[in-house]
Design a protein around this ligand. Structure first.
Ligand code: IMP
Length: 502
């Protein structure tokens, strides 16, 4: 027996171009749908979770915190909250994302009529919310007796010991709605009555929650937003194959919609054991992605182990030094093409479609379109999202350029050893990632909108109105080293610096 050699070089996204196909008059960006499955489904059935845009954010400290998670869900994607923190901290972060509900909001500011103005002011300072629900017993779901908003009191003229019962707007003067009302019916009531908040009550008068005018407006501005059945933002969370017995229950209780085993190398018994444990405890109700793999065997192993999606990519991440430290990896384009072929064969054979995520190495927006054309159902991005206002890191100016920090999970800074640990007693003793800066790029919303408009435009050039259609129709060509040079502006003197994300 000797080692297996693959003597064809493996390729990266930059070495491919799409050849346009016939596009009819129908084929305009406004008609393109970027919807795509996030988790596996059986032939003829709908996936339990579908993304509105094919983008998820990387399971990294410098990327997927709660602020980015909310903003990305608002714009059609999903974040995977980083797992390189204690299970309790990660679960609390997930819970905070889930509490930011679009539409119906559970009241987190509650007092009883016997409380005082001083209590109102203290609560407002703590929660930042100006509407306080007054319930008989002061609990969030107690019987509603009134509301206090900033219109009900004047701090300069009133004694702080004044009882809420004496200055609240009492129930009989409030417009309320019955539990079961739809969001748009609630919105009509808000507009018809010119009010800012609408309490929603159970039949027996107990408080269910509120609909706020400002939330509804933002809901309308974001038609792609990713919401669960209770109109809370969809959020994912990273787990590892070490402490899942402790971490998974906390994340599930916190409301995580989808989990993903975060590992630099996923073709392992550890991942199979992790998925098995989840299936034994929760059946199919807890969704879990696995990875990363770079070939057919790796994909089939994880699909058969029961993964809800499979992540592809080793060594292509912008902060990644895995290839130079360990000598493992494969060109992202080649990995993806092989894995997606295996995914299609698996679907033919079993009737189960296991979505594929291309993770790492997306440098230009058109790399996303290439990944989709090669068969990816969605892409995971780290560097891309790290540049935005909503990422968890500080904005700084370095050498006159505004930047944000971005570090790998395998760097000393993140110390996410569970991602790289191979088991046994010896913990890893070397880094697989670097600590770096990325150019600051502004708000997520604008950037994602621009990226998606480029993806839609290219899809139209290829005659595709859906991602599934693109995967079938795409014609891709390898390019020579010489023509890669020709691909950028050349033989001219540029007036402006090239933008960072192509
Ligand atoms: P990017 O979008 O090119 O920046 O790649 C992000 C991806 O790199 C992540 O989703 C991970 O799969 C991978 N990654 C994160 N941290 C490290 C690291 O420290 N070393 C190697 N790969 C990493």
């Amino acid at each position: 027996m000797m080692a297996t050699y693959i003597n064809e070089p493996s390729h990266t996204f930059n070495e491919y171009l799409l050849i346009p196909g016939y596009s009819s008059c129908e084929c305009i960006p406004a008609n393109v749908s970027l919807k795509t499955p996030l988790v596996k489904f059986k032939k003829g059935e709908e996936p339990a979770i579908e993304l509105a845009i094919p983008m998820v954010s990387a399971i990294m400290q410098a990327v997927s915190g709660e602020r980015l998670a909310v903003e990305l869900a608002r714009n059609g994607g999903v974040s995977f909250i980083y797992g390189s923190q204690t299970p309790e901290d990660e679960a609390a972060m997930v819970a905070r994302v889930k509490a930011k509900k679009a539409g119906f909001v559970f009241s987190d500011s509650n007092l009883a009529p016997v409380n005082t103005l001083a209590d109102i002011l203290a609560l407002k300072a703590k929660t930042g919310h100006s509407t306080v629900a007054i319930t008989e017993d002061g609990t969030p779901n107690g019987k509603l007796v009134g509301i206090v908003s900033s219109r009900d009191y004047r701090v300069s003229r009133m004694d702080r010991s004044e009882k809420i019962a004496d200055f609240m707007t009492p129930l009989e003067k409030l417009v309320t709605a019955r539990f079961g009302i739809t969001l748009s019916e609630a919105n009509d009531i808000i507009w018809d009555n010119k009010i800012n908040s609408l309490p929603v009550l159970y039949e027996d008068g107990r408080l269910y929650g509120f609909v706020f005018r400002k939330d509804y407006d933002s809901h309308r501005e974001n038609p792609d937003e990713m919401l669960d059945a209770e109109k809370r933002f969809v959020v994912g969370a990273g787990i590892n194959s070490r402490d899942y017995e402790q971490r998974v229950p906390l994340l599930v209780n916190a409301g995580a919609d989808v989990l993903c085993i975060d590992s630099s190398e996923g073709f392992s018994e550890w991942q199979k054991m992790t998925i098995q444990w989840i299936r034994e405890k929760y059946g199919d109700s807890v969704k879990v992605g696995a990875g990363n793999v770079v070939d057919r065997e790796g994909f089939l192993f994880l699909a058969e182990a029961g993964a809800d999606f499979v992540k592809v990519g080793i060594g292509g991440g912008s902060i990644c030094i895995t290839r130079e430290t360990k000598g493992i990896g494969r060109g992202q384009a080649t990995s993806l093409i092989e894995v997606c072929q295996a995914r299609d064969e698996y679907y033919e054979r079993t009737g189960v479609y296991v979505p594929v995520c291309s993770d790492g190495g997306i440098v230009y927006d058109h790399h996303i379109t290439l990944a989709l054309a090669m068969g990816a159902d969605f892409v995971m991005l780290g560097r891309y999202f790290a540049r935005f206002d909503e990422s968890p890191t500080q904005k700084r100016t370095v050498g006159g350029t505004v930047v944000k920090e971005y570090w790998g999970e395998g760097s000393n800074r993140a110390r996410n050893w569970a991602r790289y640990d191979l088991g046994g007693d010896k913990k890893l003793q070397f880094e697989e990632g670097v600590d770096s800066y990325v150019p600051y790029a502004g708000p997520l919303k604008e950037n994602v909108a621009k990226t998606c408009s480029k993806v839609r435009a290219t899809m139209c050039n290829c005659g595709a109105l859906t991602i599934a259609e693109l995967q079938k129709k795409a014609k891709l060509t390898l390019v020579s080293a010489t023509s890669i040079v020709e691909g950028g502006a050349h033989d001219v003197i540029r007036k402006e610096k090239e933008s960072d994300n192509g």
